[in-house]
Design a protein around this ligand. Structure first.
Ligand SMILES: NC(=O)c1ccc[n+]([C@@H]2O[C@H](COP(=O)([O-])OP(=O)(O)OC[C@H]3O[C@@H](n4cnc5c(N)ncnc54)[C@H](O)[C@@H]3O)[C@@H](O)[C@H]2O)c1
Length: 332
């Protein structure tokens, strides 16, 4: 019989059953000798010491504790960290790569719902559907002149990230004019995507919708500040499904309060926004509680990706979600 590599799951116990429902858990247990039936949430648990000593594959997920040097010392046989969620940055650092451990993320599987969500929001925002819904609830029915359409609109995409590129592809296919700004995007690649590459100021000046898809990094902090918000044309909409810190929240609240621009936010800074924050009260600001990524029935996608990745790893195949140390700084 084929010898299975020892594996452990490390993630929130309340989320694990949704990410790995019984059929996926069976596949995982077929690929790995699971050293514990339940996911661990604490690497310092003394009961885990023996298991860490023999573990070769860690299957991680949301709330996985950080893989610190002492944890890695306790797991000398570790060969792979397969993450059943998006960003690995919270639990994986340079010390993991330094020990030759392969790292994989299911960010690709998490991207799909964000792309769908973004396209839906851009479509509805272009029709001013959120404001019209409020007006309708208050008993008003819009006249012809108060109705808006999406044809001929220009969308500015900040960040040709994994999600940003997919958003661009869908927008181009849908007939939108697309501008993109990303210091790491080669112009040939922008042309292949069907987008015009511009700098951030020009992006703001020329777009009807500004959609944010860059990662949270020191250099993207408040990339959209008071000055750049002022560059947006009247009636523009800021869509943020990336991270709240990309936008100066106070400046956004001031700009939206004038009624000159609108915002649709899935992420905020801080998150959640305190009760009473001006952004919560504005009729032209529509906020959802960080739900664009995989939620509910969608989190199974993360488990499916991770199980397939484990199967590839044990078969000695290339990891499709491989994360490399040199990319880590730029990634979400
Ligand atoms: N709302 C949600 O539920 C949700 C879910 C998943 C991801 N996200 C967020 O969506 C965003 C995109 O995620 P991803 O996985 O596609 O990211 P990613 O890891 O692919 O992002 C990396 C890329 O961003 C681009 N980039 C880096 N620095 C930039 C800069 N200064 N300006 C513009 N572009 C820059 C580069 O092309 C880089 O390769 C991130 O902010 C992520 O946190 C949100």
């Amino acid at each position: 019989m084929r010898q299975r590599r020892p594996g452990l799951m490390a993630m929130s116990r309340s989320v694990a059953p949704a990410v790995f429902p019984p059929d996926l858990l069976t596949r995982l247990a077929d690929a790995l000798e699971l050293l514990a039936p339940e996911a661990t949430e604490d690497f310092d648990d003394p009961a885990l010491r023996e298991r860490l000593a023999s573990v070769e594959v860690l299957v991680t997920g949301w709330s996985c504790p950080r893989l610190t040097a002492p944890v890695l010392d306790a797991a000398p046989r570790l060969r792979a960290v397969i993450h059943a969620a998006g960003s690995v940055k919270a639990h994986v650092g340079a010390e993991v790569f330094a020990r030759g451990v392969a790292v994989s993320s299911a960010a690709d599987a998490n991207a799909g719902p964000v792309v769908d969500y973004t396209l839906a929001v851009i479509t509805l925002a272009g029709k001013r559907a959120f404001g019209l819904a409020n007006a309708y609830a208050a008993g008003r029915f819009p006249r012809f002149a108060q109705r808006h359409g999406n044809d001929g609109r220009t969308v500015g995409v900040l960040g040709a990230s994994r999600i940003g590129r997919r958003v661009i592809a869908r927008l181009v296919a849908g007939g939108y004019r697309v501008l993109v700004s990303d210091p790491y995007l080669e112009s040939a690649h922008a042309a292949e995507l069907g987008a015009e590459q511009v700098d951030v100021d020009e992006l703001c000046r020329r777009c009807d919708v500004l959609t944010l898809h860059a990662p949270q990094l020191p250099e993207t902090h408040h990339l959209i500040d008071e000055r750049r918000l002022a560059l947006l044309p009247d009636g523009a909409v800021v869509v943020n499904t990336a991270r709240g810190s990309l936008v100066d929240s106070d400046a956004l609240a001031r700009a939206c309060a004038t009624g000159r621009i609108d915002a649709c936010l899935d992420v905020t800074d801080p998150e959640p926004l305190p009760v009473g924050h001006p952004l919560r009260a504005l009729p032209n600001v529509w906020i959802t509680p960080h739900v664009a990524g995989a939620q509910g029935s969608e989190v199974r996608r993360l488990g499916e990706f991770a199980v397939a990745e484990v199967e590839r790893f044990v078969a000695g195949q290339r990891l499709l979600g491989a994360v490399h140390i040199d990319q880590l700084q730029l990634l979400a």
